[in-house]
Design a protein around this ligand. Structure first.
Ligand SMILES: Nc1ncnc2c1ncn2[C@@H]1O[C@H](COP(=O)(O)OP(=O)(O)OP(=O)(O)O)[C@@H](O)[C@H]1O
Length: 612
């Protein structure tokens, strides 16, 4: 297909406000490349044998039918403004200023990159700027073979644009920046103004014609008469709209259903919604509870078979939440995989920065390591990272996306226990394993939350134990605990001496609020034991001990002097405490040294907050 035919279609899409019509345009575009799938070498008027390939083996160096298939793949990507499939971390690696330079050179000797930038300031969008010039007059300036001496010659085809952009992406090393500009200049030099509009947008990832992922999904289903949900599933496992379009056309539904995960190709991460303990226990008969680690999401791909991977040793790849390849930045994760895993796997987890004792460091520390391209060994000396895995998407040839969470977790335990990672049989002796508890008991969940906070983690995740893995979805099956929106200032009226290691600390603080009669009376509303480190407990003990007025066993009554700021999940009406209310999941936030009991919150505020 000629690039001009593609850009005409794209212009029509851009001008179309109705979503359904847009899907129809994309369907027609995909079908247009279908017209020649018989193997004819004609492709939308394009004479394939005349095309000159260069560089890397692109997807289209094959026979006639394959060539139109390659074209279909390209169209499905270009229409979304993509050159590479989502799973592929390759980028064109060309900045806006290089693009302006290429446009300026192709637009004529009177145009400079500064003129292009000025016009951009005026028109506000690079496509508009690119379309405002005439091209084709410049000869002999480009070093690119397809175009040198060929300016204004044969029209561009979509396959040629794709291949040329792949060459551009592949240029690296000394002088590559100039070579990229030369290559791009060569392309612009063969464009009409309208073609240049969309080429500029494609190159700078600014296509923005209103074609989202759902549009292409629906268009593939309509063009090749396959069910939308099967297209959706195939997209989830492959992250490749081009390939899915091709399989839908060539092999229909059966072909789509046969598409599997591939070790080495990232899958979109399943995401979480906010939720509350009370809320999930109403929805599910049980919750799977895990610690929420405060790091960066990683997906580990491991294949130990050199024959399959074509490499001399096991293949290990690590991807970020955005499916970027971050393997080189995280050698600890690679070493972990090599030491721990024995069979092919795709694992989902979090990479956390840790101190010398293995205790987690704040999230910002992970960022110093993540995506780092240079001085990795030095960065590793300053910040160590450790992976923790909570899910398993593929194990030894079997995809697990459709399996329930608990089965996937069992598989995860099995895989991580096989190599050198397990010190014993118990899950907490398995290195890199995130533990999972199943419970319907809110108190147990509270205890897990307390433990997670105590160990320096962010809190807990609540998951539906029966749920399947939905790539890219922020569904209701994974809940991150809602951050405390409001806090309350409560007077501490009692406490308990701890046990064991904490025997010398006061803990489990009784919280009270002011009664409405404003004569200083206080009524209890709950107890807080969560979110307090040993260090803070020691400080709080020093602060509160002088205020002890009575002791019975481990319990102490306190003179009402100290005010705590407390977060909570929910306020419930409850006969348990004298205020008539109870805080669900109260969490200690800090001491309000600036407040007296008379400034603490009142029952009236509880009433108002409960009604919200
Ligand atoms: N046990 C766990 N299960 C799932 N995710 C976890 C777990 N522990 C830590 N995480 C991290 O928590 C993230 C979900 O929480 P959260 O939504 O707060 O993350 P975010 O990236 O800051 O925000 P958002 O996903 O809303 O954009 C996951 O993407 C993952 O990185």
């Amino acid at each position: 297909m000629e690039f001009a035919t593609f850009t005409e279609r794209v212009a029509a899409i851009e001008a179309e406000p109705a979503d359904l019509e847009i899907v129809d345009h994309v369907r027609a575009l995909l079908e247009e490349s279908t017209a020649d799938s018989s193997g004819d070498e004609q492709c939308g008027g394009e004479q394939i044998p005349d095309e000159q390939g260069s560089g890397e083996q692109a997807v289209d160096d094959r026979g006639g039918g394959d060539r139109t298939a390659a074209e279909l793949e390209i169209l499905a990507r270009f229409v979304q403004g993509r050159v590479f499939p989502a799973w592929d971390s390759t980028t064109l690696d060309i900045g806006p200023s290089s693009c302006y330079e290429a446009i300026a050179r192709a637009a004529g000797t009177n145009v400079s990159p500064v003129n292009v930038e000025d016009r951009l300031a005026e028109l506000g969008e690079i496509g508009e700027v690119a379309a405002s010039y005439e091209y084709g007059g410049q000869q002999g300036l480009g070093a690119f073979t397809d175009t040198a001496g060929d300016a204004g010659g044969d029209s561009l085809t979509v396959r040629e644009v794709d291949r040329t952009l792949r060459d551009l992406a592949a240029a690296d090393g000394d002088g590559s920046a100039d070579r990229k500009i030369d290559i791009l200049f060569g392309l612009f030099n063969r464009c009409s103004s309208e073609e240049a509009r969309y080429l500029a947008r494609l190159v700078l990832s600014e296509m923005r014609i209103g074609v989202g992922e759902g549009t292409v999904r629906d268009a593939i289903a309509a063009a090749f008469d396959v069910p939308t949900d099967r297209v959706e599933r195939a997209l989830q496992v492959s992250n490749d709209y081009g390939r899915v379009a091709r399989v839908a056309r060539e092999d229909g539904r059966a072909g789509l259903d046969a598409m599997d995960l591939e070790v080495g190709r990232p899958v979109q991460a399943m995401l979480a919604q906010t939720g509350t303990v009370t809320g999930v226990l109403e929805e599910w008969s049980e919750a799977a509870v895990e610690w929420k680690y405060d790091g960066a999401r990683v997906q580990l791909h491991y294949d130990p078979d050199p024959e399959r991977t074509g490499e001399s040793k096991a293949e290990v790849r690590v991807f970020s939440r955005n499916m970027e390849d971050v393997t080189d930045a995280l050698p600890e994760v690679v070493e972990f995989a090599e030491e721990t895993l024995e069979r092919p796997a795709i694992l989902d987890g979090e990479v956390v920065a840790v101190d010398e004792d293995g205790s987690p460091l704040p999230f910002q520390e992970v960022l110093k390591r993540f995506r780092r391209k240079h001085d990795i060994a030095k960065a590793r000396e300053n910040v160590t990272v450790r992976p923790v895995f909570f899910d398993c998407l593929h194990a030894d040839g079997t995809d697990l996306l459709e399996s329930p969470l608990t089965a996937r977790h069992e598989q995860l335990v099995e895989l991580l226990a096989e190599g050198d990672g397990a010190a014993g049989d118990s899950p907490d002796e398995i290195r890199g394993l995130s533990l999972l508890w199943r419970t319907d008991d809110p108190e147990e969940i509270e205890a897990i939350d307390a433990e997670a906070l105590e160990a320096g983690h962010e809190g807990i995740m609540l998951k539906d134990p029966d749920s399947t893995y939905s790539p890219g979805r922020r569904g209701k099956h994974w809940r991150k605990r809602k951050p405390d929106v409001e806090t309350l200032d409560c007077v501490v009226t009692g406490a308990e001496w701890g046990e064991g290691r904490r025997a010398t600390f006061l803990g489990t603080f009784e919280l009270s609020v002011r009664a409405d009669d404003s004569d200083g009376a206080l009524e209890t509303v709950g107890k807080v034991a969560t979110g307090i480190t040993d260090e803070t407990l020691a400080d709080l003990t020093d602060l509160l001990e002088p205020h002890i007025i009575a002791e019975t066993g481990q319990e102490v009554d306190l003179e009402p002097e100290i005010v705590f700021e407390v977060g909570y999940e929910e306020i419930q009406s409850s006969p348990t405490y004298s205020s008539g209310y109870a805080l669900r999941f109260p969490r200690f936030q800090g001491v309000r040294h600036d407040k007296n009991p008379s400034d603490a919150d009142s029952i009236e505020r509880l009433e108002r907050l409960q009604g919200q």
